[in-house]
Design a binder for this molecule. Structure first.
Ligand code: ADP
Ligand code: MG
Length: 309
């Protein structure tokens, strides 16, 4: 009995490992299998970024069902090396922009170009390697914290993983856990808060260090103090490396310093400009801003949200 139990345990752990890899792959496939008609032309070339990564949506029309367009004749430019914010009511298509950019779906009309290359003409692999994203709902793998961050760059030395976690303001928290970077997270691991999950996702992205960065409500679960500290770190990295970045954020305080703010409504651009230009314009953005300013105390200090969601 004793002799038998050893190989059985061994098989059990092999089985668990295998099952885990299959789960991980399933997660990836679910993301990529969304539309099987996505294909690259034969001998597709790798995406080049001679201009530093400027993204342009040209007259894009798209709906998950062709008879219900989400984006209608949408034209917008995300200039290379700039920080751009996309603002608009929930359900207006902000995350959809990201899915189209990644080619999880193709546009029905118009085109998306990066540095003058139609994204349908370049290799999918090069496209997806060039864009990093902190998605609205961060997938965590059932694995250690270290592996979850390393997923951004499999070859990274441990020092780079720690540096990324420090910049994402999660290193101290990880260090306080008994197993540190070896802590298991994910469905069957340690239950971590939404804000900790988001900071792991930011660490993963900073480690990947792609030329184009997309933050989709990436700091929504953080308290305002932590959010501001994290945004400062992210801003200085983006500036230092002149990266093209797009921020989708509900709290306008997170993005009001963007080089360009694009306000979406009914599937197209309602208005765009800097914070000051949009406030002077006294339109939709200005209304949204005023509505959120009520979250500030009379003396101008912020009403702190202290609880992480
Ligand atoms: P936002 O990020 O601005 O809140 P989304 O881009 O996620 O909005 O969604 C835009 C619209 O598309 C919403 O009405 C949403 O219900 C719909 N939608 C999103 N994903 C899908 C999907 N996979 N299939 C069908 N409809 C979807
Ligand atoms: Mg969204």
């Amino acid at each position: 009995v004793f002799q038998l139990s050893v190989p059985l345990n061994f098989l059990g752990s092999v089985y668990r490992e295998l099952r885990q890899s299959l789960l991980d792959m399933e997660t990836l496939f679910n993301l990529q299998k969304v539309n099987v008609s996505i294909a690259e032309p034969p001998n597709a070339k790798a995406l080049q970024l001679p201009q530093g990564g400027s993204i342009r949506f040209e007259n894009v029309t798209f709906g998950y069902n062709a008879d219900r367009p989400i984006l209608r004749d949408l034209t917008l430019t995300i200039p290379a090396g700039k920080k751009v914010a996309i603002v608009g009511p929930s359900g207006c298509g902000k995350s959809t922009l990201l899915r189209l950019l990644f080619r999880y779906y193709d546009v029905q009309e118009g085109r998306i170009v990066i540095d003058d290359q139609d994204i349908r003409q370049v290799s999918l692999d090069s496209l997806r390697r060039s864009i990093g994203v902190v998605p609205q709902d961060t997938p965590l793998f059932n694995d250690t914290v270290e592996h979850n961050i390393r997923y951004g760059n499999m070859d990274a030395p441990q020092s780079a993983i720690i540096a990324a976690a420090q910049r994402a303001r999660i290193h101290d928290i990880i260090s306080s856990w008994p197993a540190g970077y070896g802590t298991k997270v994910g469905e069957r691991g340690l239950m971590i808060s939404g804000g900790e999950k988001q900071r792991l996702a930011v660490s993963r992205l900073l480690l990947k260090d792609p030329p184009l960065l997309f933050f989709d409500e990436a700091t929504s679960a953080l308290d305002t103090h932590t959010e501001q500290a994290l945004m400062q770190n992210i801003n200085s990295i983006l500036r230092e490396k002149s990266r093209t970045s797009v921020f989708v954020a509900h709290r306008l305080r997170t993005i009001y310093d963007a080089d360009l703010i694009i306000v979406l409504r009914d599937g197209s651009v309602a208005e765009q400009g800097t914070h000051k230009e949009l406030i002077d314009r006294d339109g939709l953005y200005s209304q949204l801003w005023s509505a959120q300013e009520t979250l500030f105390n009379a003396d101008g200090t912020e009403v702190e949200t202290t609880k992480e969601r």
